[in-house]
Design a protein around this ligand. Structure first.
Ligand SMILES: N[C@@H](CCC(=O)N[C@@H](CS)C(=O)NCC(=O)O)C(=O)O
Length: 198
């Protein structure tokens, strides 16, 4: 049985919950008590020395990092469509995984940390950084339904939660209509599951 070390309000964890649900893969959720710093306990650090969730354990295979877990699930449990092997297609999907881990993480994600969790972060700088990021996505999505290829891939799943949660970081999505349409498209996928704030 797959175990997901998880927390309901984590968008990084939600990427994995969403992917598992879209693939119809059963799993067990293990809620990590982050308010009491269970993620920094010696026991948890054995699973992920970075002390972060999500972590996925598939029998004795343990993977950290939401992007890496999406790659694992797509290759192990998905059809090739979720992560194509053709060099150009694969690289185009991977560039959005990197975008999720870097650009999205350093903008909309940080702004939400302040407004949703009252964390001591530079939310003004994060909000300023969000604008070009959302503009890039909006322009890119102007003439297409999905971030790459003609169908959803793990690129969409990796970018979706924190873009959808941007309003929780007091970032208005209204100036980005193609991003809003893409969010709605994702919510209509068979097997879609929601999280609070989306
Ligand atoms: N690159 C990691 C980032 C994971 C991450 O930032 N997780 C947060 C919860 S959403 C966490 O565990 N934060 C605690 C910490 O960094 O100490 C991923 O994509 O999974």
């Amino acid at each position: 049985m797959i175990r997901l070390y998880d927390r309901e309000l984590s968008g990084n964890c939600h990427k994995i919950r969403l992917m598992l649900s879209l693939l119809g893969v059963e799993y067990e959720k293990v809620t990590v008590d982050t308010p009491n710093r269970e993620h920094k306990s010696p026991q948890f650090l054995k699973l992920n020395p970075l002390g972060q969730i999500p972590v996925l354990a598939d029998e004795d295979i343990v993977i950290r990092d939401s992007q890496a877990i999406l790659v694992y699930l797509a290759r192990k449990y998905g059809t090739e469509e979720w992560l194509p092997l053709y060099p150009e297609s694969m690289a185009k999907v991977m560039q959005w995984l990197s975008f999720a881990a870097n650009e999205i993480n350093n903008s909309v994600f940080i702004a939400r940390l302040y407004f949703r969790f009252q964390m001591d972060v530079d939310w003004q700088a994060a909000q300023i950084r969000s604008k070009p990021i959302l503009n890039i996505m909006n322009e890119h999505l102007q003439n297409r339904n999905w971030l790459e290829l003609e169908h959803p891939t793990i690129a969409d799943i990796a970018c979706f939660p924190y873009i959808g949660l941007a309003p929780e970081g007091k970032i208005d999505l209204e100036p980005y209509p193609h991003v809003i349409a893409w969010i709605e498209r994702i919510t209509q996928l068979p097997g879609y599951v929601n999280m609070p704030g989306l």
